[in-house]
Design a binder for this molecule. Sequence first.
Ligand code: ADP
Ligand code: MG
Length: 700
Amino acid sequence: MLTLDSEVQYLKGIGPRRSRAFAKLGIKTLEDMVTFFPVQYQDRTNVISIKDICEQLQGCIFGRVGKNYERVFSQGLCLLDIEIFDDVSMLHARFFRKKNPYFNIDIFAALKKSFAIGAFVYIYGDVKIERGIKFIVVNDYEIVKNYNDKSLSFNKIIPVYSATEELNQKFIRNTVKNVLDTTGGLYPDMSNLIPDFKSIPKLKSSFAVQKIHYPDTLEEAENARRAFALQEFFVLESALSLSRNNVKKNPKIQRYKIRKTLLTAFKNNLKFEFTKDQRKAINEIFFDMQSIYPMNRMLMGDVGSGKTVVALSAVLFVVENRYQTMIIAPTEILAEQHYLTVSNILAGLDIKTVLATSSELKKKSEREKILAGFENGDIKIAIGTHSLIEERIKFKNLSLVVVDEQHRFGVMQKLAALGKAQSPDILMMTATPIPRSLAMTIYGEMDMTTIMQLPPGRIPVKTYSSNEQTAYKNAIAELKKGNQVYIVYPLIDESDKLALKSAVQESERLSQTWFKDFKVGLLHGKMKPSQKNDTMKKFKNKNLDVLISTTVIEVGIDVPDATIMIIQNAERFGLSALHQLRGRIGRSSKQSYLYLIGNLKSVNARRRFSIMISTNNGFKIAEEDLKLRGPGELIGTIQHGFPEFKAGDLIKDADIIEFTKNSAEKVIADDPNLSKDKNNILRKLIHKRFSDKIKLINVG
Ligand code: ADP
Ligand code: MG
């Protein structure tokens, strides 16, 4: 017998070829099939009489078939017109086909057979008029035997699926309908577990599923979608709540006490006071760390908001207590920068800090010393990249893991990092501020701290849409004041040789023309890490005035005297990338300028430029990005492996997310292992959906 877990290939009429085609749409099982929801609907509720139908209208007609006419045009384009009569009028139903002129086959044979004279037919299509003659270009049709016969796909609202070359609309529609009729009713239901919410009707899930595909009205479709989304988010929030519980349930090994030996020296070494938000963040972090359960916290803050010093406070707190800590960053440059910051702050104090990037670990003598130092506990602070999560790296008593720019790491990489310690305190950092509802679903298993304010005295970067002349002239004026300039080329793919070549050539041209009186450096992803570091260091130490770069500078780099950035072909960047890049300037109390140079033919590009010009607020930009790109893509860039939703919509359903978070928490508080009978279905659904995604969940 077929169940929702049965594979698509066991359906009648679906062989290996079609099941592969369905797999491409993400459909492997019958459950996938019934939750393959329409992307839109065709309203075929009204069948219009032929005399009332107008040009430019999409609509349905019903009538009897009359004679047909064929025509062949050049290049094998063929046309079939069929007369359709209703009570009072007639119009032509038109089909187009293309045929190979070398084969003499009747391309319309099957159609002519179906459209036998006198047959009754429903037609959906686009109405057009040419030379006074009205016709309908057929999009879909259905022949019925008798005048009164009920139609399968007319007189109702019809789902439209995202079809492919291999699977056309009609085939998908029939297959889904078929599966809905046989197994749709088996869809597990939890509607009784979820409290009433707003106007969302209490629908059994199997009924909601039916109605999303075949609603009676468009309003009913939306209600059914919300009802299904409610269940979808409830399962997600329950999973997140369980995983939060799980993290907290096991007391940690490490214990810290505030000793102020290092922390005081650190504060005195800083040239500034912490902002209010930074102080609040540090307090929350220290509070978590002194709890008997491991910390699991996300520190969110716009570029330049000063997350590093907050993280370093936590690092020093650990070292004060004689444990080890590690900071991992997505690039060598960034790791090195952290290393320099830490070294400066700890100058004169006897704390062993090591930079353990891949290039450092390459040197054999160094490597052995470093690995031994980690393992015997001599090295207190390990700073590195992915290098730190390699198998061979072992620690004696690692207790805090800091992940900078965490969205650059995959889920598995983060888990590998956490695997280096027994019960690590975790501090993740991200400079991709996102709207609250999104944050709640994406980082729902973590506590969250947000730094909203920038350090005092920061002047917002001024952003302009510009041309090269203006941008270069202004850049030279800034250079003469002793400031520095970034020029960025978009290399979406760092291995794109042609694009790289043009960036390299362009940098040579610029260094010989506009910027011939200044020291110009080049930075790109294909350079050796040591070369990259070298160039970056030169720029930081002001041995270079202009840095021409691909997007490798996107994250984290801190060069306060860089006050101008010019982005070439800026139309190729998404909003988040532009905002991240802009975060490289405006890092001091001097006025900074961003010049966007690009091709503004596309509406979307113009919109992005104008958003960049009008605001410096990362949250606002993320929201706009969400609107322009849709959540799927944005989430993709924020976190790999995040679940997609069948019916739920992260923007439209923000209220549902908030509601299910609370109601799921209550269910989990009442039944922390989901062992009660009434929670059986919930437990199974969580397991099915998330066991591979959220590793910390421990339900069977
Ligand atoms: P991000 O949050 O983007 O990682 P950083 O931690 O790199 O930002 O900080 C950006 C710059 O601001 C650094 O040069 C840092 O020294 C400086 N900074 C951080 N906090 C303050 C503060 N409270 N007052 C002044 N400058 C600060
Ligand atoms: Mg940073």
